[in-house]
Write a protein that binds this ligand. Structure first.
Ligand code: ATP
Length: 235
């Protein structure tokens, strides 16, 4: 279980997040919805140890305090982040990108098992180990990015707007894959603007507005909520 308690982040004097408390358990999909600039990426970066958090912020992984640990140690606790820019190397091949994901200590001994698991999740990657990532489509690159993160054998996967820029059909495929990753016991915390498809696969959700959590409920309840419909579902 990954849990944030009262996490606050300032950029200079700009308050990007204030007292954000949220959690995700293994085998659960949780979505955080919010408009542009609400602070969603900041929240994921804060959890992953990539942004300084204010005093009073706490992040717990399986009960252990990881609030002030550096990013590379946080990866070793089983948390992997796929950033909005996807964090992959365009001039390397699929295989090379996946191998880079196996760098953390927790992954090295089981690299072959992890690779087999990733390739079963993304059969397209199995067909094209030598393809340069820059020659791949947006959807395929997203698969490489998630595959690379899965190579560290995470128990919690953090995804920053994975559906951004993907054609509708690829979005559907992506969300289906996330459901399969969940079935394998991994917890997924994703931030999204695509409310409809993310709520359809999520168990729970949070609404983030201007750095604050303004709502939290089951995904089914959020999908029916009039305010959510108006703000995020365009209905
Ligand atoms: P988007 O969906 O557009 O990526 P977001 O919800 O992920 O938005 P953040 O990227 O977390 O939002 O940004 C939250 C606020 O913090 C915004 O006002 C943004 O301009 C500001 N911000 C983000 N990163 C920095 C930074 N490194 N320095 C200063 N301000 C920043």
């Amino acid at each position: 279980m990954l849990e944030s308690r009262n996490v606050s982040v300032f950029y200079g004097r700009h308050r990007a997040l204030e007292n954000v408390s949220a959690s995700v358990a293994k085998g659960e999909i949780v979505v955080m919805l919010g408009a542009n600039g609400a602070g969603k990426s900041t929240f994921l970066r804060a959890i992953a140890g990539q942004t300084r958090k204010m005093d009073g912020s706490t992040v717990l992984m399986d009960g252990a305090d990881i609030t002030h640990r550096p990013a590379h140690e946080i990866v070793e606790t089983g948390i992997a982040l796929v950033p909005e820019d996807r964090g992959i190397f365009a001039d390397l091949t699929v295989q090379e990108n996946l191998t880079l994901g196996a760098h953390p200590n927790r992954a090295r001994q089981r690299e072959a098992d992890n690779l087999a698991r990733v390739l079963s999740l993304f059969p397209k990657l199995r067909e094209r180990p030598k393809q340069l990532v820059r020659t791949m489509s947006g959807g395929e690159r997203q698969m490489v990015a998630i595959g690379r993160a899965m190579m560290s054998a995470p128990t919690i996967l953090l995804l920053d707007e994975p559906s951004l820029g993907l054609a509708p059909l690829l979005c559907t495929e992506l969300f289906r894959t996330l459901a399969r990753i969940k079935e394998a016991g991994v917890g997924i915390f994703l931030v999204e603007q695509n409310a409809k498809q993310s709520l359809a696969i999520a168990d729970r959700g949070y609404l983030l507005d201007n750095g604050h959590i303004v709502g939290a409920d089951t995904a089914a309840a959020l999908a029916k909520d009039e305010k959510v419909k108006a703000a995020y579902l365009g209905e």
